[in-house]
Design a binder for this molecule. Structure first.
Ligand code: ZN
Ligand code: ZN
Length: 390
């Protein structure tokens, strides 16, 4: 274990300032104009080559040393959420209805901290591609950058990403080879019955009763029809009816969300929802519409790069603070699209465990823990020094 695990410690106060500034001015996906301008300005001030407007509001910083063709991509996300912050500290959001409740302000800051350290050294040989991604929350930003030629314009051998994790102890790291975050699919089902008087159900086809049967039946997909060793989640998240007290409505719309780790399971879930909905609607003489969309790819770490990340983390913070075989998480992350195209690794950095940093992501009282800024920045620096070693 290195005696100075927080290599970027001298930058700490500066990083806290940047982070608080981003936190006060959260911007939603593809509207990160102020944030990306500030990222670009800081990168330029460090001497990093800057490319703006990659995939909308994305920014790419390129730093080259020596003559090696090796290149490593480091990715941070920049967008915030439509949540009104309930914190009362001085750096709380200045914008009603917008909040950095997922810590992307911290992710952006950690990569900026690493950029500053790396720009002041020449102890690596190759190219560092710093990817500041827009619009992670709705799963569109990574693809927007990829479709804008990210990997053709800035060729890299591997790509890495970090997300803070409130449930983990401050500054600890968790990683695993293989699937680490699930894919996300969404679906809509509209059941068309026959509206009528609440007192005359025999003259109607009640879509509420049919929809209720469907909600329960869909719960059997994961529990009764998928192989139990395949992980999946199916949640109905909306049951929408336009009606009034004494009316049987014409239609009900159900919306839902599914998670899995493989495309085979996704395909099975889609087919099984369709079959149950058709069968139940037909049995009741109702008609329906069903649509199913794939929103996020699963985030699947390549074996070699997960091993590299684990080794760098152990060297940085010691074996006892690194879990190299963590449980995968059923939430989703659009970094998965980058990992479909490049080998790489996504890892978790503990935001607080039982402490104040333990407040859950997307909660109006969440805040990124400033104490881990240096650890995250130092991880990036060590990763580059180990992978682009002189
Ligand atoms: Zn989030
Ligand atoms: Zn996030």
């Amino acid at each position: 274990m290195n005696e100075h695990p927080t290599l970027a410690n001298d930058l700490h106060e500066e990083m806290v300032q940047w982070r608080h500034n981003f936190h006060q001015h959260p911007e939603l996906g593809f509207a990160e104009h102020r944030t990306s301008a500030k990222v670009a300005e800081l990168l330029r001030s460090f001497g990093v080559e800057v490319h703006q407007g990659v995939g909308g509001t994305g920014v790419v910083g390129v730093l080259k040393r020596g003559s090696s063709p090796r290149a490593i991509g480091l990715r941070a996300d920049m967008d915030a959420l439509t949540i009104t912050e309930e914190n009362t500290f001085a750096h709380k959001s200045k914008h009603q209805g917008r909040m950095h409740a997922c810590g992307h302000d911290g992710h952006t800051t950690m990569l900026l901290g690493a950029a500053k350290v790396l720009a002041n050294t020449d102890d690596f040989d190759g190219t560092v591609v710093m990817i500041f991604q827009p619009a992670e929350e709705h799963g569109r930003g990574a693809l927007a950058m990829i479709d804008d030629g990210l990997f053709e314009r800035f060729p890299i051998d591997a790509v890495y990403g970090i997300h803070n994790m409130p449930s983990l102890a401050t500054g600890s790291i968790a990683v695993r080879p293989g699937p680490i975050m699930a894919c996300e699919d969404n679906f809509d089902i509209t059941i068309f019955g026959k509206g009528g008087h609440a007192a005359l159900p025999h003259l109607s086809i009640d879509p509420i009763v049919i929809a209720s049967e469907i909600v329960l039946a869909l719960q059997s997909i994961v529990s009764r029809t998928l192989n139990p060793v395949d992980n999946a989640v199916l949640s109905i998240t909306d049951f929408a009816i336009e009606s009034t007290r004494n009316v049987i409505p014409e239609k009900v719309t159900l919306r839902g969300d599914t998670r899995a780790f493989t495309s085979d399971v996704q395909t099975q879930i889609e087919a099984k929802i369709g079959r149950l909905v058709s069968g139940i609607c037909a049995a009741h003489g109702a008609t329906h519409e069903f649509s199913y969309s794939r929103e996020f790819a699963a985030t699947i770490n390549s074996e070699k790069e997960a091993g590299i990340a684990a080794e760098v983390a152990r060297e940085l913070i010691g074996d006892s603070k690194v879990n190299v075989a963590c449980m995968p998480v059923m939430a989703s992350e659009d970094f998965g699209y980058m990992l479909q195209r490049k080998p790489g690794c996504y890892l978790f950095l503990g935001n607080g465990g039982d402490g104040p940093g333990g407040c859950g992501l997307h909660n109006p009282r969440y805040d990124f823990n400033d104490d881990i800024l240096s650890t995250g920045a130092a991880f990036w620096v060590r990763l580059i020094q180990s992978q682009l070693n002189v």
